[in-house]
Design a protein around this ligand. Sequence first.
Ligand SMILES: Nc1nc2c(ncn2[C@@H]2O[C@H](COP(=O)(O)OP(=O)(O)OP(=O)(O)O)[C@@H](O)[C@H]2O)c(=O)[nH]1
Ligand SMILES: [Mg+2]
Length: 370
Amino acid sequence: MSEQSTMLLLGVGGAGSAVARRIATSFPGSVPYRTIDTDANAGADDSNFILIGGERLSGRGTGGNIGNARLAAEESVEQLDGALANVRLAIIVTALGGGTGGGATLEIARHLKKNGISSVVFATEPFSFEGPERTKNAQTVASIIEEEASASFFMPLDMLVDGEDNMVAALDGAVNSLAAAVTLFWRLTETPGYIRLDAERLRLLFSQAGRGRFATFTASGNGRVDDIISAIGSSPLLSKGGAHPSVRSILCGILAGEDLRLSEIGAIAGAIRSTFGEQATFELATVNDESTFAGKISVVTMLLEGDGKSGADEVPGSAISSIKRKSRPGGVLAHGPQGRGRFNNSEPTVHNGEDLDIPTFIRRNINLDF
Ligand SMILES: Nc1nc2c(ncn2[C@@H]2O[C@H](COP(=O)(O)OP(=O)(O)OP(=O)(O)O)[C@@H](O)[C@H]2O)c(=O)[nH]1
Ligand SMILES: [Mg+2]
């Protein structure tokens, strides 16, 4: 894809930017991307880098302060606009736990939504050993990001890496596994397969999708399909506390060499549907690329739960020039008096006794004190 692409990759914060750079190196020169940080040093060698909050923070980063990251992003987010012409779908990669990854991602997703650009956030949640404070901050900000992004996937780092690794290897492994997962996802749209998935179809699938679950699996050899099916069934990234509740939509991407058989596609698709719900909308895409996947199969599985209410607004086009930014006091989200925001004048959507039109963070009594 070129700079004319309708998809743009954004890496936010230190770890998020590292992941974006890792993905971009898998497609030299063909992934349009930007890295965004409050820390000037982090972008020293990166011509795609955008420093935010330069005046407020003097390029020193936030030191873990989500509130400062939000203000920095609010002040500087329009610097992104030059990269947004023609963009219909932004893929944001970030790590929650620090300040910038969470705070700036939230404001960027909000800015994209105002511009009619769909956004899909892939974010890691901190290792449990980073302490309860970071985990709590990450969960709080995840609930707000979920309201602003079209679709969001949050993956605990504990599940992405091998617990026996040392710290340096674990962090590198985390960057690698998130980058590999998003790279596979990107390839689904980048490399035409027999069953195509284009950026616009993806955008529609993701619009108002809400929070989802995401995992990738790779296997080779005779038992490759059985191995993948069993890994899908036991993946903690795809289950909810061990259970497999039905979802609204499923995206299954199969990337393989030229030896991919129809029966293999059928077996994988059938297993995913029977595990996560025959009633769900099911999208299948394949990529056949002998040079990368000879003898292997990689499967991208995305489960979207959205109720069709909580994601990005569908605003036609991506008319950056027509944005009228509304200022609002930092740290407070602009939802209506009852917390029902834009659903204030419509019938409530009640499920299990909860009004789903009220943002998640209000329903769950999460305090936004940053
Ligand atoms: N994958 C990966 N994750 C990291 C690395 N360093 C930190 N993390 C994780 O990413 C989270 C956020 O850390 P950073 O990316 O450094 O923070 P930031 O978003 O730049 O935010 P501030 O520096 O606090 O403004 C941490 O809580 C860790 O869970 C790394 O080198 N690789
Ligand atoms: Mg940082």
